[in-house]
Design a protein around this ligand. Sequence first.
Ligand code: ADP
Ligand code: MG
Length: 398
Amino acid sequence: MSATTNTLWADALARRFAEVYGTEPDGVWRAPGRVNLIGEHTDYNNGFVLPFAIDRSALVAVRLRTPASEPEAEADVVRLASTFAPDGAGLSRAQFRIGGLEPDGVGGWAAYPAGVVYALARQAGASVPGFDLLLDSTVPVGAGLSSSHAVEVAVAAALNDLLGLGLGAPEMAHLTQYAENEFVGAPTGIMDQSASLMGKEGGALFLDCRSLDSETVPLPLAEHGLQVLVIDTRVVHSHADGGYSARRSACERGAAALGVPSLREVPAGASLDGLDEETRRRVRHVLAENERVLQVVEQLRADNVVGIGNLLTASHASLRDDFEVSCPELDLAVDAALAAGALGARMTGGGFGGSAIALIRQDDEERVRAAVLAAFVEKGFREPALFTVLPADGAGRV
Ligand code: ADP
Ligand code: MG
C-alpha cells in the first residue's frame, strides 16, 4: 500500500477515534501481516526462514491518559475498540486495568494489547499509563498471515514512541514474542513479528532463527511481472494445536536421538537410519527445508525470481508427505494453482488449514483464481478467499 494511501487511512482512523473517544489521538501506527515465502516449521528448530511483510496491516490510533486529564480512578484503564466486530457492524469494545495485569486475566482480542503492556512492564521495565486505542486491520483474521502479531507490533510501536522507550526492532520482536507466549499463551517463534517489524518494500527478510541475524533479500515481484496470490482456505482443522505440539516434540526427539541441541546442528550428510520411520520423515523435512531456504535466497540474490517456483512447490510436497501438516484444502489450492500455470505454490504458516501461496505471472491471475475457485466448488469445499500481496515496509508511525 502506498504512503499516500496509508496517510489517508490514518486520517480516517484518527477522525473515527475522535468520534469514539471524544478527543484526538496522539498518533497513528501501522504494522503489517506477513507471508512466509519459505522456511516452514524451521523457526523452532533454530533454522532459516524467509518471510515478507505484506501490504495488509493493522492500524492503531492511540492516546495516552495523562494524570492531569483523568480522574485518578481511570488513570490505569485501557479502553480498546476494533472495527473487526463479530456481526460485521459496529465496534468490538473491551477494557482492562494495567494494575495487577496477569495472564488469563484478560480474554478475547484484548489479550493481545494487554500482553504487550505486560511484556513492556516485565521485559523493559516500562511503566505504561492507561490509554485509549482504536484498531482497524486489513489482515484477515485466522488466515495464517499473523493478524495477531500485526496487532501486537502496532501496539508495541505506538507505546515505544509515545513513552520514548527507544526500543529497537530486535527488542520489540522479543517483547511481542513474550507477550504472545507468556500472556496470550500461544507458543509462537520470532519470525512473524520480525517480519512485521523489519520488512522492506520489495524485499523478503532472511532470518537465521539461531543467531537472529537478518538480512533483506530482494524480492522484485512487480519488476518481473509476478505476483504472490494468497489462497485463504478459511478452514482451521480442530487438530491444529495438537498437531503443532506433536511436530515440535518430534523435532526435539529427533535432535536428542542424533545427539545435537537442535536440528540446526545436524551435520551435512548425517545418517538418519537410527530414527524411527516417523521421526526420520519429520527430521528430513526440517533439514531439506533449511536447504531450500538457502537456495531460494541464492536465486533471489541472482535476480532469478522465476527460479524459486520449483523450490516452493518442493517445500509443499515435503510439508505434505514428510511433515504431514497439510490438509485436503491446502493440497487442492496448490494443485489447482499449479495446474493453471502457477510457477510454484505451497502452504504457508503452521498448516492444518489457513493459507497457501502461489507465485504467478500477473497475466495469469484471472486464470489461476478461476481455476482455484472452480476446483473448490467441485470438491464441495468452502469458497476460499483469494488476494494478491506485495512485499511492504515494516511497522512505523504513519
Ligand atoms: P492469525 O494467524 O491471523 O494471527 P491468530 O489466531 O493467531 O490468527 O490471531 C487471531 C486473533 O487476533 C483474533 O482472534 C483476535 O483475537 C486478534 N485480532 C487480529 N486482528 C484483529 C482485529 N482487527 N480486531 C480485533 N482482534 C484482532
Ligand atoms: Mg497469530
